[in-house]
Design a protein around this ligand. Sequence first.
Ligand code: GDP
Length: 296
Amino acid sequence: MASALSDRLSKLVKTMRGQARITESNVQDMLREVRMALLEADVALPVVRDFIARVKEKALGQEVAGSLNPGQALVGIVHKELAATMGEGVSDINLTVQPPAVILMAGLQGAGKTTTTAKLAKHLIERRKKKVLTVSADVYRPAAIEQLKTVTRQAGAEWFPSQGDQKPRDIALAAIDYARKHHFDVLLVDTAGRLAIDEALMAEIKDLHATLTPIETLFVVDAMQGQDAINTARAFKEALPLTGIVLTKLDGDSRGGAALSVRSITGAPIKFAGVSEKIDGLEVFDADRHAGRVLG
Ligand code: GDP
């Protein structure tokens, strides 16, 4: 396990003792450590580069070089900048629309879409006092439809049936019609994922988006995906106007650098974090706490 960034920086600062003053090149050395820490946390390289450039500007502007404890000063700037980058934007679900508010769940297979759909249903029922319907448009995996049914029940929401021989668009239209007639506040639409991005998947989810005109389009991404998260995020951003991100599996042992990559690439706010397999394992994303984790 690599040592925490603050330890590494204080070691570096110790080696500078005896120098008359901390120079710009010392700051460069310290930034190299920051860069290593971010790469170890699995932040994608282009995102790390951008981030370091921003921090460098701030660090030099705020005279880390002149401060009594330059290592700590730099960690402070990095932490603040990380939290600001990951924490920008509105966190809760936007429901300011004529009901039913439609929420479209997008992401790769295995990212945690179905689980998150049920967790979100529970959140909206308990915290926002909403009447929630779920539906699965995953016509390729009957097991996924059944899984949504099971977890929806656990969440205390209602599940709208769908079948493998239907078209995703027809399922969506039927569900929305049912939601309207039965006065649901929210319709959560779980979608098919693939193990990797493919054109058919993207065309299908684009069509679903056009059919449903959802108020929220959430990109669900596995924090353990690390460096690969950037490519997935880019593909989904190109296909859909994402309104938020749910970062799942943060209970795993990744440092969660995917948060920074995905936030930077999509521009969408990270709204929630998945922290267990259980139905109540969803938290409002806390950027400040997450910044500490990424830095190790
Ligand atoms: P989908 O294919 O995107 O619908 O993914 P699923 O919802 O089926 O989730 C895939 C696996 O990840 C399942 O075993 C879930 O229990 C698990 N999972 C989802 N979210 C989390 C999470 O936040 N933490 C943990 N530990 N496991 C999760």
